[in-house]
Ligand binder design. Structure first.
Ligand code: FAD
Length: 349
């Protein structure tokens, strides 16, 4: 176990010099984050570095801890809404892609989730079929306990290598406190904890062609339901509320029995498909996808999200919770009037 403590009583560090010395020409300045998020929005990162070696990454995280350099760790940016103002610190993009496949599959956290599925499927390991079409990294998937079609990554985790509180350590899956699209890392708002690699326990064996064929069925369902415009996937989490599920008309019996109401169902019932703020739009194809329909800003998207939440709260009395994470500097953004105007509905219901 390697522990690094922030320097006490030191002078203000010359962050630029420290980062330049450590990263040389791979350190970028003012990189536009719109290039690194699937929503294609987001302002500049003061410093930007793409990490491709996990040991070097651990060293740089240690350096940032010691010198109190603020950093934001990202994967493929497929679950993020980065502010227009960007991030005033170091954005570290994860490109650590080492992977050894087996019953115990060892993956660095920058492996793309889709690639992990294909590598394991080709070696005759099933269990990740549902991952096809989830566009992020393994690290991003772990943070949000990503899943689809009743599969989640959490139950497959055997152990993790994490950099937490300046310490490089191995932890068990219980450390993550996984729940539906959630983990302790989401609840802590990201912060300084970084997942470096993981070991997944894959017990299902099968014929590679059959495994891929099963995944292609899921992929076809996705293609039929999801828009192609830039998005961050489902914007809001589905709502788990048995009482509401009993009340809402025209729910399928499956949804009513499980007490899980898709956020897209609620948004569509409010007639929100096609609603726009600037270049941001509630997709006509899927009411829980907020898309960049062309020229959207991050503020457009966040304001649209507020309108969706306000409308759903007004009609159903339930507060949608974002699956997408707001990152960067949002201090210059303010909540639109409509969201505040409908506040009273919550208190008078
Ligand atoms: C078209 C589309 C479809 C989608 N479908 C699904 C779906 O079916 N199911 C689903 O669950 N999600 C879905 N998503 C959402 C998203 O792809 C997943 O949440 C994905 O796992 C995020 O991974 P990422 O690498 O892009 O993470 P990012 O968006 O880059 O980061 C997300 C968060 O994780 C943190 N993070 C990332 N990597 C690490 C790490 N190694 N250590 C610590 N923190 C880290 C970041 O700081 C940030 O807080 C979809 C997205 C899109 C665009």
């Amino acid at each position: 176990m390697l522990t690094m403590k922030p320097t006490m009583h030191m002078e203000m560090p010359d962050t630029e010099r420290i980062l330049s010395e450590a990263l040389g020409t791979s350190l970028q300045h003012g990189e536009t984050m719109a290039r690194h998020t699937t929503l294609k929005v987001g302002g500049p990162a003061r410093w930007f570095w793409a990490a491709s070696d996990v040991e070097m990454l651990a060293r740089v995280l240690g350096l940032c801890t010691v010198h109190a350099i603020p950093y934001l760790f990202i994967g493929h940016g497929s679950n993020l809404l980065m502010s227009d103002a960007g991030y005033d610190g170091l954005v570290i993009q994860n490109r650590c892609k080492g992977c050894v496949v087996g019953e115990e599959t060892r993956a660095e956290s920058g492996v793309s989730f889709g690639s992990l599925f294909l590598q394991t499927a080709r070696a005759g390991f099933g269990g990740l079929e549902w991952a096809i079409g989830i566009p992020g990294t393994v690290g991003g998937a772990l943070v949000s306990n990503a899943g689809a079609y009743r599969g989640n990554i959490g139950p497959l985790v055997k152990s993790l290598r994490v950099f937490a509180d300046g310490t490089d350590q191995i932890v068990g899956p219980e450390w993550m406190e996984f729940s539906y699209r959630d983990s302790r890392l989401r609840r802590s708002g990201g912060g300084s904890t970084v997942l470096l690699s993981c070991v997944l326990h894959l017990t299902e064996r099968g014929d590679p062609e059959e495994i891929v064929a099963r995944a292609k069925l899921y992929q076809a369902q996705r293609r039929a339901k999801q828009p192609l415009s830039p998005s961050a996937g489902s914007f809001f989490k589905n709502v788990v509320d048995r009482a509401l599920a009993e009340r809402v008309p025209s729910l399928t019996s499956g949804m009513r029995d499980s007490g899980v109401i898709p956020a897209g169902f609620l948004s569509e019932a409010c007639g929100l498909k096609g609603l726009r703020v600037g270049g941001a739009e509630v997709s006509e194809k899927h009411a829980n996808f907020l898309v960049n329909a062309g020229g959207a800003t991050a503020s457009d998207l966040r304001s649209l999200a507020c309108q969706v939440r306000a409308a759903v709260r007004a009609r159903f009395g339930v507060m949608l919770e974002e699956e997408v994470l707001y990152v960067g500097d949002w201090t210059q953004w303010s909540e639109p009037e409509i969201a505040r105007e409908t506040e009273w509905l919550k208190t008078t219901r």
